[in-house]
Write a protein that binds this ligand. Structure first.
Ligand code: CDP
Ligand code: MG
Length: 139
């Protein structure tokens, strides 16, 4: 089933100039970019985006990190895009991420783990709409 998911190349990866390397892994998995832009989030935007994690021990540090530098937000499309991208990303903690995944290759630690990907159709739709309007999705 053709599906869309939402991706962020996080500040740790953009800072190390890894956008191209990460996109290559995404595209190799059969996902196409149908929208993309570079942004620098405010603390409020990061808190809104990660609202589901509000109250958790890592929330303040995570949202500080996510607005510490520019990120690349994109909409990816392809067969089973949500689970396909989660597989390419690898586990949240890079120490547990499989060989060949983005996080295994590039994540620095459990927080600075280089990429975000939606986890379900509802969250994908919400996250896409948080950063993109319809006119910006061109695939
Ligand atoms: O990103 P993913 O869906 O794999 O993990 P999550 O459980 O939804 O957590 C969101 C983000 O919070 C992670 O990607 C990490 O950047 C951060 N996090 C953290 O700093 N410490 C944890 N113990 C768990 C997550
Ligand atoms: Mg998540």
């Amino acid at each position: 089933m053709t599906q869309r998911t939402f991706s962020i190349i996080k500040p740790d990866a953009v800072q190390r100039n890894l956008q191209g390397a990460i996109l290559k892994m995404i595209q190799k998995a059969g996902l196409r970019v149908v929208a993309m832009k570079m942004i620098h989030m405010t603390k409020k935007q990061a808190e809104g985006f990660y609202a589901v994690h509000k109250g958790k021990s890592f929330f303040d540090s995570l949202t500080d990190f996510m607005c510490s530098g520019p990120v690349v937000v994109s909409v990816l499309e392809g067969p089973d895009a949500i689970s396909t991208y989660r597989k390419v990303m690898g586990a949240t903690n890079p120490a547990s991420a499989d060989e060949g995944t983005i996080r295994r290759a590039y994540a620095l630690d459990i927080e600075k783990n280089s990429v975000h990907g939606s986890d379900a159709p509802e969250t994908a739709a919400e996250e896409i709409a948080y950063f993109f309007n319809q006119l910006e999705i061109v695939g």
